[in-house]
Write a protein of this length. Structure first.
Lengths: 564, 329
């Protein structure tokens, strides 16, 4: 019989209310769980489920008007739920007994203080170390989180670090006082998959070494399966199901958990969809396309300090009726490539040819303004952020009708009819036309964006991370909608994403980009299961797999320059 | 950093040249010159100036020469000999008038600036941290009153109050008996009695404006994730607010120094006239009206220099405060 490790933190019936103009909103509703030394509890849920508020409540960090209104949080003899929010007692616990890692390492670190100063502060505060001792300890900590050259890194600023390095600095800060509980709130959501894998490895190793209890908050079932021991699934403020990770993944009883898992697993294989017509000709051809940025030109001109080759000699072919995925990590040039094709960013060299069926081919780089405008009604963008890409002061009718209005397609009444048609096409109720974007959820907004893109009957859609801002269950709905539209309207897609799952689900062929170059192009299924280029292998193997019995990340392939 | 400052100083030379040229040109733009306004003034008083003396004066002042010669004479005298020329209107060297007035102006302005910051920064911080509290509403209300009341009304009001209630004569900077007296403790006390009104009047509207700026800046910063990080470390609320968001909220503040300097000199003209202060504003106004070109030119030039120096100071301070600015250089 194995003995359970000690309980470090015990949460019972935790309730958090946000006071509103009328009544209050219950963000966390009677949540209970225990944290044990050396074990990790994963709290999963979609946006608005209350998982982040729960985590913050454990440190009395919920901002007003939010307030803990019930339950207890026992850390040893102390009940944190009873401590005043700004009191000395809770401050002695924050950063010392319980510490936290946040989602956005850039904005969670002060931009005007050195990394070292921000770590040293905790040591001086809680361990009462003097400046010299704190500095020495900080260098040691930075070394432990595998930041290269800690002696120099200590005097650097957050913006001089890459995303992964920043998150390591955050981890060093959280670990400074050897806390008993570490709360990681979406610690890797803002990172690339390969960086994510490294950071999760690091957190896991440090946690095991120190025997800390840990909470990992995430929306990513893959991350949960790969890293945690126990899972609590949150939905609308409540824990709907909790248990060991294996039980949750293989014996989920609550319908919400089952739905969540189904939506995740659905994205682990290609969608059922009509295959593109074999032997179809290319509709869009990209030849040797490149973009060079001059770096460091000041206001007074002068010589460039160097050049950045954002996109380098890319040649691709989009066949009529197919979906071509472009996958890569941040900085790989995938977004720039999308913009170069439509010349919203002017290419430095290369050529793009648009050859619509039954019409003469067009060389995009030779087009004048009027020509480009015509092209823009044939090839259209779908944007990543459904919140930022819709004007909040325009009604849905105006947003969707705008391309029609600009291109003078019909009278007001005709535009109205067309908008109704488009909204129904993307699965929205046409009665919502008069409302403003804020009245819609993220998924609905993305549908509005798609309706706008379809307004002019385009032949090609370029979608730049259209689902990355959405929850997993909404994500597959949007992808299914795009698949259906592709078949009904005979569209061709260029689909830019960092998410391998989405690419595999949706794309016929994939181009893998790295540092501006295409390293591999091929059939989506082949690329996702047995890639041939070592970089693609590393990328694919770093993607967390949502099955605790088949972890993938731990055996991942690593890619360094020398393996080229 | 040193290289950066030197580079900035080097850039200032052509800018100054351009500014001096433009200001000299603008002064010359209105039709006529000083002699035209002089003859009309003399004609107004019933006398007349014969053509011979006009010609003599024209030649004496070099007013018949082409624009570039006049400009060259003016600027070369300033640079080579520190001679700002002769004020036609006052019959004195410009430099004497200038330094007299500039001394007082800078003294009063600097004092006001200190008062502005001493009031605006803490109140702004309070208002941002305790947003929508009673205190915030009170300061907001007072701030808007301060913004809305014209400075000259405020000046007149304060003068009226201190004269009728306290029997103090508060016009000017000194009581008549101390005007020409050498410096003494009594004169200094007299100065302080007079000084508070212009300082308060000049400070009040800028303070109100800066409170709003500080409140808005800090409110933005307070909701940033790094504040939560600092709180999660266990820092006390006061320490963390001072160390993180306030520090970042000061950046826009610092960048305003560049235009605060010249505006303190030219912006308080009305107040200075109402309060009969021997400051630069009224003198500049009069010089412009009477086309006393060398005096006006000198003032404008000095103000240009102050603007550039102010910009340089704020840029250097910004670079000291914010490493991101340094990084881009």
């Amino acid at each position: 019989m194995t003995t359970e490790p000690d309980i470090v933190l015990s949460v019972r019936d935790l309730t958090v209310d946000f006071a509103q103009r009328q009544g209050s909103f219950r963000a966390v509703d009677s949540v209970s769980f225990d944290l044990r030394a050396g074990r990790t509890l994963g709290i999963v849920g979609e946006s608005g489920s209350g998982k982040s508020v729960t985590a913050r409540a454990l440190m009395q960090l919920v901002d007003p008007p939010g307030r803990i209104t019930g339950g207890s949080i026992r850390l040893g003899e102390i009940d944190i739920a009873q401590l005043p929010r700004r009191g000395e007692a809770i401050r002695a616990i924050r950063g010392a007994d319980i510490s936290m890692i946040f989602q956005e390492p850039m904005s969670s670190l002060s931009p005007v203080h050195t990394i070292g100063a921000q770590v040293m502060e905790v040591l001086e505060l809680h361990l009462k170390l003097d400046r010299k001792a704190a500095r020495a300890r900080t260098i040691e900590l930075l070394g432990q989180v595998e930041i290269p050259n800690p002696e120099q890194a200590i005097d650097r600023y957050a913006y001089e670090f890459s995303g992964g390095m920043r998150q390591r600095a955050m981890i060093a800060m959280a670990l400074a006082c050897n806390p008993r509980v570490l709360i990681a709130d979406e610690p890797t959501t803002a990172l690339d998959v390969t960086t994510q894998a490294e950071v999760l490895d690091l957190i896991g190793r440090i946690q095991r070494e120190r025997g800390m209890a840990m909470i990992l908050i995430t929306h990513d079932m893959g991350v949960v399966a790969e890293t945690v021991d126990d899972v609590a699934v949150m939905y609308r403020g409540q824990v709907v199901e909790a248990g060991p990770v294996d039980q949750i993944f293989h014996g989920a009883t609550h319908p919400y958990t089952q739905r969540l898992l189904a939506a995740t697993l659905k994205l682990e294989q290609p969608a059922e969809r009509p295959l593109p017509v074999a032997g179809a000709g290319p509709i869009l051809t990209v030849r040797n396309l490149g973009k060079t940025y001059q770096l460091g030109i000041g206001a007074f001109g002068g010589k460039a300090k160097g050049t950045l080759r954002a996109v380098d000699d890319v040649s691709l072919e989009l066949r009529a009726g197919e979906t071509l995925g472009i996958v890569g990590e941040s900085g790989s040039g995938k977004t720039t490539l999308g913009r170069l094709i439509l010349r919203t960013v002017e290419p430095t060299d290369g050529e793009v040819v648009y050859s619509p069926p039954g019409a003469p081919a067009v060389k995009v780089r030779g087009l004048d303004k009027a020509g480009l405008r015509n092209l823009y009604s044939e090839i259209r963008f779908i944007f990543q952020d459904p919140f930022a890409s819709l004007n909040p002061r325009m009604t849905v009718r105006q947003i969707v009708g705008e391309p029609l209005l600009i291109n003078r397609r019909g009278s007001a009444a005709e535009i109205n009819t067309r908008v109704t048609e488009l909204l129904e096409l993307v699965g929205l109720d046409a009665g919502m036309m008069a409302r403003y974007p804020h009245a819609f959820s993220g998924g609905q907004r993305q549908r509005i964006g798609i309706a706008r893109a379809l307004a002019l009957d385009p032949k090609v859609l370029i979608a730049d991370e259209p689902t990355s801002a959405l929850d997993v269950s909404i994500r597959s709905q949007i992808l299914d909608l795009l698949i259906e539209l592709r078949a009904r309207l005979g569209l061709s897609f260029i689909f830019i994403s960092h998410d391998i799952g989405v690419i595999r689900y949706f794309c016929d062929r994939v181009a893998v980009m790295r540092r501006g170059r295409v390293v591999e192009v091929g059939d989506a299924q082949t690329i996702c299961t047995s890639p041939s280029h070592p970089y693609t292998q590393a990328l694919i193997s770093a993607v967390p797999y949502p099955d605790p019995r088949r972890p993938r990340m731990q055996q991942r392939a690593r890619y360094t320059e020398t393996t080229v | 950093m040193l290289l950066y400052i030197l580079k900035r100083l080097a850039y200032m030379i052509p800018t100054l040249f351009g500014m001096s040229l433009v200001s000299f040109l603008i002064i010359q733009l209105p039709p006529g010159d000083f002699l035209t306004s002089l003859t009309s003034a003399i004609a107004d008083s019933g006398q007349s100036l014969d053509q011979a003396s006009i010609d003599r004066l024209t030649a004496l002042y070099g007013l018949d020469q082409p624009f570039y010669v006049q400009y060259w004479n003016w600027i070369s005298n300033i640079i080579l000999r520190g001679d700002f020329g002769w004020s036609f209107d006052w019959g004195q060297p410009v430099s004497r008038l200038l330094w007299d007035r500039m001394g007082v102006t800078i003294f009063v302005s600097a004092l006001s600036l200190v008062l502005i910051w001493a009031l605006a920064i803490p109140i702004g911080i309070y208002s941002a941290v305790r947003r929508y509290s009673i205190g915030d509403y009170v300061f907001t209300f007072l701030g808007f009153v301060g913004l809305a009341v014209p400075t000259f009304i405020l000046a007149l009001g304060l003068m009226y109050i201190s004269f009728t209630w306290f029997g103090l004569n508060v016009g000017g900077l000194f009581s008549p008996e101390y005007e020409q007296a050498p410096w003494s403790l009594a004169k200094f006390i007299d100065l302080l009695q007079h000084l508070w009104i212009p300082v308060v009047v000049i400070a009040i509207s800028s303070t109100a404006a800066l409170i709003r700026v500080m409140r808005a800046n800090l409110s933005d910063e307070l909701s940033k994730p790094y504040v939560v990080t600092a709180r999660a470390k266990g820092l006390s609320e006061f320490t963390l607010i001072m160390r993180y968001p306030v520090r970042l909220a000061l950046n826009p503040f610092v960048s305003t120094i560049g235009w605060v300097l010249p505006s303190l000199i030219s912006g308080v003209t009305i107040t200075a006239i109402v309060l009969n202060l021997p400051m630069a504003g009224p003198l500049l106004l009069r010089a412009l009206v009477s086309q006393d070109m060398y005096l006006a030119g000198a003032f404008i030039l000095i103000m240009s220099v102050l603007t550039l120096v102010g910009m340089l100071i704020s840029d250097i301070l910004l670079a000291v405060l914010d490493p991101r600015v340094r990084y881009q250089q």
